[in-house]
Design a binder for this molecule. Structure first.
Ligand code: 6PG
Length: 468
């Protein structure tokens, strides 16, 4: 008989909603939280549910039969280590700890190895979808031993989002791979959000269009190939008015926060030497946005070009912008999936990218129509070197490149920043260049440091005495 009992530690919004999701699916849940107020709040709000509250860790653990399934939804980092440390004395071999937080994958690898030594099974599990996904169906990325995944898959399938009757959960790979894939998910999330915010800025400050109309444009885009969760919520955000009938978007301070997952993804890209320029630009632009006071002072030097340039034909421009955004989104996913390929080789994870694309198709923040294409490309060839080499994306980018060039040119003329759109195009132009000026870099390296270079006309490494 399948085990229908789970313990959840950590009752933040994600922990609380996952508790309710499990309960809805017929599981008996034991809950515990470091502070009592969260437990009381949940019990007060949902008195009739099959949820058992415990106020000490000892009682919580005793309420679970062996082998115990314990889902940690605590803050990543120190809090996770402390909770695991407190749990260990109560656990026996074959008990399973699942870390569902946004944990750094290297920490997951360390914890997996440490717990393995004492016979406790550990799954590092990325969960996406925010509070809504946690409650009604999330996108789930579990990493660890396949045999352990098989023991818990029955309940993950239940709480996962569904796409065409398929659950958006599957085994990702060994040790830290589940959290790695979630980290890349977040990197793509940062990239796509920045791209969308650049197009909003262009519509607002080049075409001088109001929020209501911009919302309608996003609504239209959402019905076609750009269809995605992020475009949908952008449409909703832009038409949202507060009680005083003011657009809320205009009252929100332009400083973008972050919790570090985008930074981790970029650090990994640097470590693995994989081009990740668009997503890293998105990370840097969050930092730049935070320099609000400096930007305020510096903006006084900028010549404001706020007049709509007459010769722009609005309809054609908006059409170009739609294509430019899609172009950017292609590069965002391309760089994200490429980094997973690099990591899979480095850490020997044997990742299956069509499975990952399937998991991303519902419940998560980066769910989008484009994932259908990505999924089928990887299904045909899991080892394709780059999504831009697939005939679909080759044709798409070729078709849309003039649009993105037009958009970037107009933005430059108007002094409107396009860091990720520009980065997408630069990556595309470099990747599609048979010849790059790297020959000069090699010559410079050899000139000042005797670093040697390769030649196009003969094999081997060469040094020249340049100073003669
Ligand atoms: C998800 C999200 C989520 C993430 C937030 C905030 O998949 O549900 O990725 O896990 O924590 O989006 O991230 P930042 O604070 O870094 O923007």
């Amino acid at each position: 008989m399948l085990k229908k009992q789970i313990g959840i530690i950590g009752l933040g919004i994600m922990g609380t909603n996952l508790t309710l999701n499990f309960e809805k699916n017929g599981y008996q849940i034991s809950i515990f939280n470091r502070t009592k107020d969260k437990i009381n709040e949940l019990m007060l709000n949902y008195p009739k549910k099959n949820i058992k509250p415990y106020y000490t860790l000892k009682e919580f653990i005793s309420s679970l039969n062996h082998p115990k399934y314990i889902l940690l939804m605590v803050k990543s980092g120190k809090a996770t280590d402390e909770t695991i440390k407190k749990l260990i004395p109560y656990l026996k071999k074959k008990d399973i700890i699942i870390d569902g937080g946004n944990t750094y994958f290297k920490d997951t690898i360390k914890r997996y190895n440490k717990l393995k030594k004492i016979g406790i099974d550990f799954i590092g599990m990325g969960i996406s979808g925010g509070e809504e996904g946690a409650l009604n169906g999330a996108s789930i990325m579990p990493g660890g031993d396949k045999t352990i995944y098989n023991k818990i898959s029955h309940f993950l399938i239940k709480i996962a989002a569904k796409k065409n009757n398929r659950s958006c959960v599957d085994y990702i790979g060994p040790n830290g791979s589940g959290h790695y894939v979630k980290m890349i998910h977040n990197g793509i999330e940062y990239g796509n959000m920045q791209l969308i915010s650049e197009t909003y800025n262009i519509l607002k400050n080049i075409l001088l269009i109001n929020n209501k109309k911009i919302s309608k444009i996003f609504n239209k885009w959402n019905k076609k190939e750009l269809n995605s969760y992020l475009i949908k919520i952008t449409r909703n955000i832009l038409k949202f008015k507060n009680k005083k009938n003011k657009y809320l978007i205009d009252l929100i301070l332009d400083k973008a926060d972050n919790k570090g997952t985008g930074k981790w993804a970029s650090i990994s890209a640097l470590e693995l030497e994989s081009p990740f320029s668009l997503i890293t630009e998105a990370v840097f632009n969050r930092y730049l946005s935070n320099l609000k006071e400096e930007r305020k002072i510096a903006s006084k030097n900028k010549k404001i070009i706020n007049k709509k340039i007459k010769r722009i034909k609005e309809k054609i421009f908006i059409n170009d912008l739609e294509h430019a955004l899609y172009f950017g989104i292609i590069i965002s996913y391309t760089q994200g999936f490429l980094l997973m390929q690099k990591a899979s080789r480095k850490y020997k994870w044997n990742l299956n990218y069509s499975v990952i694309a399937k998991i991303f198709q519902e419940g998560c923040i980066i769910k989008a129509k484009i994932l259908n294409k990505i999924r089928s490309i990887y299904k045909k060839n899991n080892q394709i070197k780059n999504l831009l080499l697939s005939s679909f994306f080759q044709k798409k980018t070729k078709k849309y490149q003039s649009s993105i060039r037009n958009i970037i040119i107009e933005s430059i003329k108007h002094g409107i920043p396009t860091p990720t759109l520009s980065s997408a195009l630069s990556y595309y132009d470099s990747y599609n260049s048979d010849k790059l000026p790297a020959n000069l870099i090699q010559a410079q390296r050899d000139y000042f440091g005797n670093h040697m270079y390769e030649r196009t006309d003969k094999k081997g490494k060469f040094h020249t005495n340049w100073k003669i």
